[in-house]
Design a protein around this ligand. Sequence first.
Ligand code: ATP
Length: 367
Amino acid sequence: MGEDAPSFLQITNVSKRFNTFEALRGVNLSIQKGEIFSLLGGSGCGKTTLLRILAGFEAPTTGGVVLDGQDLAGIAPWDRPIHMMFQSYALFPHMTVEQNVGYGLKHENKSEAERKDRVRAMLELVQLTPFVGRKPHQISGGQRQRVALARALAREPKLLLLDEPLGALDKKLREQTQFELMNIQARTGITFIVVTHDQEEAMTLSDRIAVMDKGEIKQVGTPTEIYEFPKSKFIASFIGSITTFPARVLSPGQDETTVEAEAFGGNITARSIEGLRKGQELTLALRPEKIVIAKTKPKTANVFAGEVKDLAYFGKDSLYRIQLASGQLLAVHAVNSQRAGEAERAANWGEKVWIGFEPPSAILLTE
Ligand code: ATP
């Protein structure tokens, strides 16, 4: 789709002020039909406020929202083709699963039989058919989540807003439910906007993510773009772990740029970014899992000597802290692909080792 093609949901220059406090500042987003789009950010960054503006519970101070060609300004929440699924699920405790799912259809111009069919189809979609007669307190947390989802989908919204949809579930159930949610989204084709503060959840669930901070969108991209091509130190350290070092540009190039970083006591070849000039001060960032650690010198473009200062063994992997020539520490993450006893560890405490990484793993950041 071209840059100028109208998107399914267009959020233009949306700001929100509560008295003197600016909860949202100049938010612009284009979301396509059928996307799972996540708003990710720490507490208070404004993600729920943006969701509430989409739902119609708040009006923006400036800017507007257009959904599928319809300007939503002044349209009441119940008249919008949008459904919001709350973190608490907001199920009616005295109603059965079936009645809860059918509740939203009450005011629709449908026959009793049509409504029943729709409820049945939704319950099947979320695999709750055996529980139709139960009340919310007689089912598990994961099942309650699915009731809320079925109720939301029953009304066939153009847009489904999900506020921390997995927040009330424990870790194991979250993982399983995440996949169910993706599966159901794919089958219905409904556009989902998910609010979450959990970066892993956003990474696995989303087609695209908008990372927010202090009421602003800091970067929008696919999970891979956000992780591999962060635009700023904020984004790089917000998603996953990363070690950063001050560096200076020696020779900027088209694909690769050489920088010097005191921490390493030498030069590093990194993936280039646009607009670099010789002598420019910037940040070099390295993710722990992109670095190899070895006792014999690796054949990577960047190789440095170091010493193991710390080692944490987690079973499937280990985290090393390697002291560089300058005394600074670099985190290195190695997968333990061989069983203990079968082979030696990559390195032990106090051991002299080599670390190596390729230019695409060396991230340069100017913001
Ligand atoms: P969390 O993950 O903690 O829910 P969030 O990113 O969803 O955070 P919001 O609920 O959007 O954050 O709130 C953003 C900021 O706006 C917060 O500082 C909050 O205190 C403020 N805020 C939200 N609603 C109001 C209101 N009605 N009146 C005044 N301030 C508000």
